[in-house]
Design a protein around this ligand. Structure first.
Ligand SMILES: [Zn+2]
Length: 162
């Protein structure tokens, strides 16, 4: 199950594919606008068919042509989030990139997701899974259950001290 958005378009394509990246490339061919992957959901045993059906039904009032829906990219977030560890956000690849500094000189970072606010405890910044990063007391590191990444998260998404 995947969600795409076109560069200049406010609509979102809801569809399914075995290989999301392969589908994106196929759809990109001959399309002057760039396709971005908003996210995807990992499904088992053909559950993608019924999931696609229910999502197409849920958003049918916003349906444009084909599988394109006139919804805000951020609307996709709760769909992905409710699938937890099987929901993935399409990452911008710029997570943790410093985009500037605030008045106090504290660095500000690119969010995990390009289309809305997502924090590392909601969504893994490495694989995009909505299992989020779990803090492990023993190692003092954050851990992702999906991709098994460990990070100390030194500065990213700097938490303000009260
Ligand atoms: Zn991960």
């Amino acid at each position: 199950m995947y969600f795409f958005i076109e560069d200049t378009n406010e609509s979102v394509k809801i569809g399914r594919a075995k290989d999301v990246e392969q589908r994106r490339k196929a759809l990109q061919t001959g399309n002057p606008r760039k396709l971005h992957l908003l996210g995807w959901i990992h499904t088992k045993n053909g559950a993608d068919v019924s999931l696609e059906k229910s999502l197409h039904k849920e958003y049918s009032p916003h349906r444009g042509s084909g599988e394109w829906f006139d919804i805000d990219p951020a609307d996709v977030l709760p769909i992905l989030a409710r699938h937890g560890i099987d929901g993935f956000a399409g990452l911008s690849g710029k997570s943790f990139e410093v985009i500037g500094h605030d008045q106090d000189g504290i660095p500000e970072y690119h969010g995990v997701w390009a289309w809305g606010d997502l924090e590392h405890y909601e969504c893994c910044p490495f694989c995009g899974s909505f299992c989020g990063l779990q803090y492990q007391e023993a190692s003092c590191m954050y851990h992702c259950l999906q991709c098994d990444a460990f990070t100390s998260l030194e500065d990213p998404n700097h938490q303000e001290e009260e």
